[in-house]
Design a protein around this ligand. Structure first.
Ligand code: UDP
Ligand code: MG
Length: 345
């Protein structure tokens, strides 16, 4: 099915991963060395790290012609960094993985086996996560909730780790969504997709770069980008509320006319009022979530800003190294401006 030698791209976003980085490159390069075809490529996006990651990346890219280093202008978040990487890859297939070695690069040949059988997407289904029990429970519950709510069928327990054919990458590039939930977009694209079970390792070193707030935000992106169920839930609950209130009105009339008793229950009244105003505000927030997303989308700001692209032969020549997809999603500082900044220093 391939013309010419097969080329694989590996896309990795990294954020303050100096402790893991050398081992990451070593293990990934060792896997690439074993693959047929080539030259393969390793696109590493530095998501505005404040530690030594950018220097390590620059040195690695200068040493190894397979490495393309992209430094974003600040921290844009995991999914944005991943989008930057996807916009830059050029291989016949692309593997995306985390930079903390929780996704073992040694699994890549297994993905490729399935890819060569004709699958467009091969993703890792995570079994036996090595995280705290409450986080595992939360992930489990979340993925089940999401797969019930979502309009497209999203696989259970699948993270971003996986392989995509070139046409899938190109279709994902063409989606202009600001709040990117890539594993969802990947399912949305369709074609033949397959999950392979992969044991998820513990982080090689360092701590998680996902704060609880970032994790919740990612979770919300999954739900709000792939479902309008929360909006419909308001209508359903509203209808139930009207029905309950009608029944209660009939009951109140009966009590007054037949039993000759006055209305009672101040405490119940307070409870019902606070409950319903809470419910109102809750759904106002849900609507606000969608409106906010429309707002973000309409503003049309780019998903990320590229500060620098480093690869052998063109150190720092960002605009020359840009792919058409990057020109669409990203903003690069005009080179003259950059030169002017340097001059004024
Ligand atoms: N990451 C990133 N930008 C961020 C946060 C994380 O590029 O703002 C990267 C991080 O370096 C890692 C991957 O995304 O390669 C997954 O992050 P992490 O391992 O911290 O998340 P967890 O596995 O704990 O959910
Ligand atoms: Mg991790």
């Amino acid at each position: 099915m391939l013309n010419g030698p097969f080329r694989l791209s590996v896309a990795i976003p990294v954020y303050n991963e100096e402790q893991v980085f050398p081992e990451l490159l070593r293990r990934t390069a060792a896997v690439l060395d074993q693959l047929p075809g080539g030259p393969h490529e390793l696109v590493v996006v530095d998501d505005g790290s404040s530690d030594r990651t950018p220097e390590l990346l620059r040195a690695a890219a200068a040493r190894d012609p397979r490495i393309v280093g992209i430094a974003l202008s600040r921290n844009f978040g995991h999914q944005a960094a991943l989008s930057a990487a996807l916009d830059a890859v050029s291989g016949d297939a692309t593997v995306i993985m985390d930079g903390d070695l929780q996704d073992a690069p040694e699994v890549i040949p297994r993905f490729l086996e399935e890819f060569w059988k004709g699958y467009d997407v091969v993703y890792a289904r995570r079994v036996r996560r090595k995280e705290s029990w409450w986080l595992r429970l939360a992930y489990r519950a979340y993925y089940r909730l999401l797969s019930r709510l979502a309009d497209v069928q999203l696989p259970l327990d699948a993270g971003d780790f996986g392989l995509m054919s070139r046409r899938v990458v190109e279709l994902i590039r063409r989606t202009p969504e600001r709040h990117r939930y890539l594993r969802g977009l990947r399912s949305w694209v369709g074609f033949r997709q397959l999950g392979v079970t992969v044991e998820r390792d513990a982080r090689h070193a360092g701590t998680s770069k996902y704060s609880l707030a970032k994790l919740v935000r990612l979770g919300c992106d999954g739900i709000f980008s792939f479902s309008t169920m929360p909006l419909r839930a308001a209508a359903v609950l509203g209808a139930l509320g009207v029905a309950a209130s009608t029944l209660f009105a009939a009951y109140a009339v009966f009590v007054r006319l037949v039993l000759h008793r006055g209305p009672q229950g101040f405490t119940a009244l307070i409870l019902v009022i606070t409950f319903l105003s809470g419910l109102n505000l809750f759904f106002l927030g849900v609507i606000g979530e969608y409106v906010g997303r429309v707002f973000e989308q309409v503003k049309g700001r780019p998903t990320y800003v590229v500060g620098e692209v480093v690869r052998q032969g063109s150190p720092g020549a960002a605009s020359e190294a840009m792919t058409p997809a990057q020109r669409e999603h990203a903003v690069l500082p005009p080179r003259d401006d950059a030169a002017a900044t340097l001059r004024s220093e």
